[in-house]
Design a protein around this ligand. Structure first.
Ligand code: ADP
Ligand code: NA
Length: 330
């Protein structure tokens, strides 16, 4: 295929995806499968950087795949697989560990955040090197672009550095990838605290929108979102983070430009914006929940689709790994 290649992954730990996962990443994945040679995976090896119950992990991996299909990924248009089904990830991960400086890895802010949450003594070496495994995830597929949320920018930067380092030392081997991050949805914020990004671990229950929650509860969360004491509906992330967050979500879910929304709500209060967005959200999550359940109800189809995905992914990954080993004298 002469189409540019994209690769991205999502953790299975979350259970339900949240709105930030969907708008920051998954939604772009769906769009890019039409124009790109797309590889998407559920990154279960990343999930085990923190303790996991085996049965729950297995169920969450299936649930993640079901949600990706419900969101619109089509296995005929993209390669959809589970990371641990392709052993080359762990193999290239080790190579990349040996190429990464300890200080370089220590500068990854996500590790600082995540390990601080767990207590430094409980954090694993796996959590520390998880960005390096992510580097391998991307380089294995020679990806040109990586559609992710803003929080992943530093890891893509590390990926570029390591690709260039390897190419410089051993000869041209890896494509140097670029991040693909959209301005309006690269960072979705907590509905109760628009200074904090929406996330499973950091959000308040009322500020986190899980896509599989009861739609009525989701509508309520949107209607009680924190805004500001001003009344003007304008996109200004710095001065009006709450309102801008809502406008970004609204714009992306409906395909309406933010400027058009500003115009539509001119002279109206925040209540009108929230009520309408609550309705938009309900219209989105209701069929999403139904479709996810339909995929979960058919585990045989799910498994056979994942087996095919792993086979397609492995063909590419094995070729890159063989070349890498060869270049290094392994
Ligand atoms: P989480 O960040 O909730 O632990 P993942 O690490 O699995 O979830 O992230 C999956 C994708 O979702 C990544 O591309 C990440 O950048 C994106 N993402 C996560 N939270 C947000 C957010 N609040 N806004 C935009 N994108 C996000
Ligand atoms: Na993340």
């Amino acid at each position: 295929s002469d189409r540019p290649r994209v690769l991205s992954g999502i953790q299975p730990t979350a259970g339900s995806f949240h709105l930030g996962n969907y708008l920051g990443a998954v939604r772009q994945w769906v769009a890019l499968q039409e124009s790109h040679d797309a590889f998407y995976m559920v990154v279960d090896l990343h999930a085990i950087t923190v303790p996991q119950d085996p049965a729950e992990l297995r169920a969450n991996t299936r649930l993640a795949v079901a949600q990706l299909l419900a969101a619109g990924l089509d296995p005929e248009r993209c390669t959809l697989f589970v990371q641990s089904h392709v052993p080359e990830h762990a193999q290239l991960g080790w190579i990349m560990n040996c190429l990464t400086g300890f200080g370089e890895a220590s500068r990854m802010t996500q590790f600082k955040d995540k390990s601080a949450k767990q207590g430094a003594d409980r954090a694993t070496v796996g959590l520390f090197t998880y960005p390096v495994l992510q580097v391998a995830d991307i380089l294995l597929y020679q990806a040109d672009q990586v559609p992710v949320g803003e929080d992943q920018r530093q890891h893509i930067e590390l990926t570029r550095d390591l690709a260039e380092r390897f190419n410089g030392r051993y000869g041209q081997t890896f494509t140097v990838p670029a991040p693909y991050i959209l301005k309006e949805t690269g960072k979705i914020f907590d509905l109760q605290d628009p200074a904090v990004k929406m996330s499973k671990s950091a959000s308040t229950p009322k500020g986190l929108v899980n896509l599989l929650d009861d739609p009525k509860a989701t509508a309520k969360k949107v209607r009680s979102a924190v805004t500001d004491t001003d009344t003007v509906i304008r996109f200004d992330p710095e001065k009006k983070p709450g309102v801008s967050n809502l406008l970004g979500i609204y714009s992306t879910l409906t395909g309406t430009a933010v400027a058009d929304l500003e115009q539509k709500y001119e002279g109206q209060g925040y209540g009108a914006l929230k009520t309408d967005l609550a309705e938009v959200m309900v219209e989105f999550v209701t069929p999403f929940r139904t479709r996810t359940q339909e995929y979960l109800d058919d585990p045989e189809t799910l498994d056979s689709l994942l087996a095919k995905g792993a086979e397609k992914a492995r063909a590419v990954a094995a070729e890159t790994l063989a070349q890498t080993y060869d270049r290094m004298g392994l």
